[in-house]
Design a protein around this ligand. Sequence first.
Ligand SMILES: *Cc1c(COP(=O)(O)O)cnc(C)c1O
Length: 834
Amino acid sequence: MPAIKKKKTAKKAATKAASTFAIDTSVELFKARIEENLIHSLARDTTTATPRDWWLATCHALNDRILERYIATQGVHNDNNVRRVYYLSLEYLMGRLMENNLVNCGMFEIAEQALSELGMDLRDIGDAEVDMGLGNGGLGRLAACFLDSLATLDYPAIGYGIHYEFGLFRQEFINGRQMERPDNWLASGNPWHIIRPEYQVRVPIYGHVEYKNDDKGDWHPAWVGAKEIIGVPWDIPIVGYGAKTVNFLRLWESRASTEFDLEAFNRGGYTEAVREKAISETISKVLYPNDATESGKELRLVQQYFFVTCSLHDIIRRYKKSNKGWGDFPEKVAMQLNDTHPAIAVAELMRILCDEEKLDWDDAWTTCRKVFSYTNHTLLPEALEKWSVPLFEKVLPRHLQIIYEINRRFLEDEVEAKWPGDGKKKMELSIIEEGTPKMIRMAYLAVVGSHTVNGVAALHTELLKAHLFNTFDNLYPGKIQNKTNGITPRRFLKACNPELSALIDKTVGDDWPTDLDKLKGLTKVAGDAKFQKEFMKIKRDNKVVLAEIIEKDCGIKVSPDALFDVQIKRLHEYKRQHLNLLHILTRYREILQNPNGDFVPRVVIFGAKAAPGYVLAKEIIFAINKVAEKINNDERVGDKLKVVFLPNYRVSLAERIVPAADLSEQISTAGKEASGTGNMKLALNGALTIGTLDGANVEIGEEVGDDNIFIFGLTVGEVDQLRASGYNSYNYYNSNENLKAVLDWLSSDYFTPGNPNALSATRKSLLDGGDPFLVCADYQAYCDAQKKVDDAFRDTAKWAEMAIMNTACVGKFSSDRTIHEYAKEIWDLEAVTE
Ligand SMILES: *Cc1c(COP(=O)(O)O)cnc(C)c1O
């Protein structure tokens, strides 16, 4: 990427900051900074400090350096009026920031040494940090990985989202059932976010549209009677690896406006004013906990509109500081819509340009289409956002009109030109779905309003083009592109697996964190007995650490010599944790019926939250917990099989599980998992995948080779065929003795003594419920594949070679590769280095 020329002043400032930065990277100085912060920021000395105090003091000590780089980077970006990408996402699943910021600043060892000299352990202190869990799962974690890569690759980028007071709920198990607890992530303070009251934004909402005469005698729609909410930004610096570029994430908090308060006060007195204030402040109160389903709730629509409007105003304010007129707007601004959650931005930008800035419609529309691009994350129908027209009319009356006008022109001009007189095509492509009530298809609004649409894995993009967006693909050839997801190797290898990282440094050099294809060098030593020993010794050490966590959190003792079989992801029928459960039951029966059999000892490890309203998902958690309880306490089984459900799966827990995994369960029904990124984290850390040909599993298979992955089950084509021919899960149940036995076992009282049918919800969904995700159809193939896993694990040298080949061959899945592709093929964005 060619670097843009800088003005002198900015360069000077940057150089100065960089040198300050370098000077301070000594153990002595860092130690002094920590002690200073303990006293001056936290009113503690080294004898009274709690782990939280040490954590905060370390963060503050690091922050001083980060903020200098932040100011330098932003100075260069502003002075040079650079083109930026704005990433709009309702979710950011950031996890903890201290360790990652230390690693990216190159100060991890320094901090470790400094703290050790102060008598503290960096890892223990790190545990005081509560995860920043402002996301549900893969979509939010992708946004977080993208921010890391954008900063690392020196792309000018700002993330926009919501400063939720409560992130994704904490999960506890009580008698095997999921209980949700509020995630009060800000309770013990947050050293990373900086409030920016000077950039607050006023957001109008509700009201109605009237037509008013302007000074030239024309009638114009005017949005009147709207209420007003205030958006206040909090900024979180995003440190690139090497700490050259520090971008930021700007999160909006909602507050009541003073006018709003007074008006309400005059109308209804004090209590009414307080009530309305509370309503305004509710907007950023809590993250909706649904993953891959839409709730259709008014507050959710308000959240989306609120953060999009704040962000657009902020982007426009920044643009106007350095530019005149609107002609250069598309030169300076690229906006990525992370799923349809921010798609209202298309209508809001049209409203600002037409109603406030008085551009004519065509110019405004051309501008819009040059700045927006949209990422689709799912084909699941229940996840496709649709908002009812009456709700929209109530909350955003002017935006509804604008969407109707966008739709009218789209159908009358574009669709008519391509398919003249074809009413069916117009119905099919309309942004408005007919029905009672009418619904707004947000995905269609996003497609029509963007210059580029992308899927998140090759298979997913092909399916998008073949199904959901097939007609759009005919209308706009080339608009739909693939951008296979990725993960940041800084967090998900270097920071979370330091021993393996050191071994890799020693073997292929230490530049792999920013050039992950360098891992290919490991293929040369994959067959080397000495290297295999070292590699597997590290895996075992990581398993010992995880075993300690399992004992502490679940009270279960597991052997680090067993095969660690891991399924960590949101609980969803399409991800088929219940298929995994059926295999566990099958294995348990085999052990009971064959007490002297030669079994490969296994620990099956789950981590998964279920959406609080997703009844069957919660029943599956309960069933796994009850089955686990029985198996773990059955003396006939011993170490041959243990089942562990770690509570409260989150990023920081993923960072402990991933380095310790032998086997990665990626067993979704083919065609349902858009990409997956957990699959990439696990493969990178030397876990073998057992998986279906779904999402990015396909591409992982291509990279590691058929011999180094366990692929099983129906393909997308076979799934379609089976459905077309009339799928009946009873056919599988009646013809497969083992399947029948384990399903019937679930509705006995074997696992819940005295209480038969306590676990029968899963069985019911798979039989009378029609088995919508074809668990029964894939059951035998899955059990067969698990046998192959056992055989492979018995041959320790062979297994080691396969594990090393996985680490060696998944360089493609660095989010750096993904971000370079977005920059080149969607955003037309250049890196800016100092
Ligand atoms: C990576 C990650 C996910 C996504 O996992 P998938 O297996 O791709 O669904 C979800 N949650 C957390 C905490 C993660 O780190």
